[in-house]
Ligand binder design. Structure first.
Ligand code: SF4
Length: 394
């Protein structure tokens, strides 16, 4: 079996194999109330040089998935099972000491908020050189040359002068560029970008995403981009995996997903993106309700309480991912979008005044509180929100 040392030395198994193979990965956090199933049976494969977008709301498990692959969930109550094979080496079960050899050199992460990932009382130059010296064993002067070049490569103006800046002396966009430079410093083969643009304004977001794409292309890195925004990954990733309640609910090549999305949750994420073609002050279409309790999630499909298409079958039987079609598209849904069955299901729920269906149809305003939504429905529509059977019974 390949060891951490083999991977460091480039003795890993053949380059024709996918760089990353994840199988039935689970990360549960044990708390007094039970097990929080943050990642619950995720499988995926990532070829070298490809970019995967992992999309979902807060709490969907996308960040914990990245951290589980990198072995960063080092808290005492985290239990990770399943398999993560990186360059032929099994990572699940490795100690932090063993994983340390891979962090930075083989795999690195750009975190969400540069203000919390950078040390505020240390100059950015030193934060870069420390990283380079620790991992690559360079002397101080060589490390400084590398650091200045890295700052230049992420398009920091006047990198020699900026080398001596503290993080607070830089703009948000510049700080995130420094974080990207630190992540790239040791030439990792795999980069995780966890909501890398959330804290930035739209123009800077665009620049940072372009920078990441250019670096990924130039260095032939494999990348996992984690985001809540389907718009961020459209056109920037090869494949997309949509996560809900710790599981992948839809997975496809990016073009295939946007051409024919099948899962109601993916569709709801798409509808929640602001569109420049909409008139000013257009209200965004929120997804009704909240993500489920991950300690005791509802039976059946975890999205059923919020899904405008939900039927009795959904509440009884948990859907599993379909066999991939010719494009590699998979989804876990009993009433996939675009079928006559889903249209009939939607209409039955609409006729029954199911709150999330009325919200999806624009009849009432969606809210993240389903009880509040039911009250709105009762007030505005006068219909009894169907808590009763919805399949064929209306
Ligand atoms: Fe889940 Fe049913 Fe909605 Fe599909 S239609 S997402 S199975 S609740």
């Amino acid at each position: 079996m390949t060891t951490t040392a083999d991977v460091r030395l480039g003795n890993e198994s053949t380059d024709n194999e996918p760089l990353l193979v994840v199988e039935d990965l689970r990360t549960h956090f044990m708390v007094p109330a039970g097990a929080v199933k943050a990642v619950d049976g995720v499988s995926l494969t990532l070829e070298r040089g490809k970019t995967l977008g992992v999309v979902g709301e807060s709490g969907s498990g996308k960040t914990i998935l990245s951290r589980s692959i990198m072995g960063l969930n080092v808290v005492a109550n985290a239990v990770t099972t399943g398999s993560v094979r990186y360059a032929g080496m099994e990572l699940v079960g490795q100690t932090p000491k063993q994983m340390k050899h891979l962090w930075g050199v083989e795999m690195a992460m750009v975190f969400q908020d540069p203000m919390t990932s950078l040390n505020p009382v240390v100059k950015v130059g030193r934060q870069l050189t420390e990283h380079v010296r620790q991992h690559l064993g360079m002397n101080k002067s060589a490390a400084k040359d590398v650091a200045v070049e890295l700052l230049r490569s992420v398009r920091i103006p006047e990198p020699e002068a900026r080398f001596d800046n503290y993080p607070h002396q830089m703009s948000g966009g510049m700080r995130q560029r420094v974080c990207i430079a630190i992540a790239l410093a040791c030439g990792p083969k795999m980069l995780f970008a966890d909501e890398p643009t959330t804290a930035l304004d739209v123009t800077v977001q665009h620049q940072i995403l372009n920078l990441l794409a250019a670096q990924q292309r130039d260095r032939f890195m494999t990348m996992i981009m984690v985001t809540h925004d389907l718009g961020v990954v459209a056109g920037r990733t090869d494949d997309i995996a949509v996560m809900y309640a710790g599981k992948i609910v839809e997975k496809a090549p990016t073009g295939a997903l946007f051409a024919d999305m099948k899962h109601p949750y993916t569709q709801a994420l798409l509808f929640s993106i602001p569109k420049t073609s909409n008139p000013k002050h257009t209200r965004l279409t929120a997804i009704a309700g909240r993500p489920p309790d991950l300690i005791s999630p509802p039976a059946g499909c975890k999205f059923a309480p919020r899904c405008p298409y939900a039927q009795d079958r959904c509440r009884e039987e948990e859907p599993t991912l379909t066999v991939p079609d010719a494009t590699g598209h998979q989804y876990a849904c009993h009433f996939p979008i675009g079928t006559s069955e889903s249209e009939a299901a939607f209409q039955r729920n609409l006729d029954a005044g199911v709150p999330q269906t009325l919200a999806a149809a624009g009849r009432v305003q969606a809210t993240d509180d389903l009880d509040a939504l039911e009250r709105i429905v009762q007030t505005k529509v006068g219909a009894a929100p169907a808590g009763a059977s919805q399949e064929g019974g209306h």
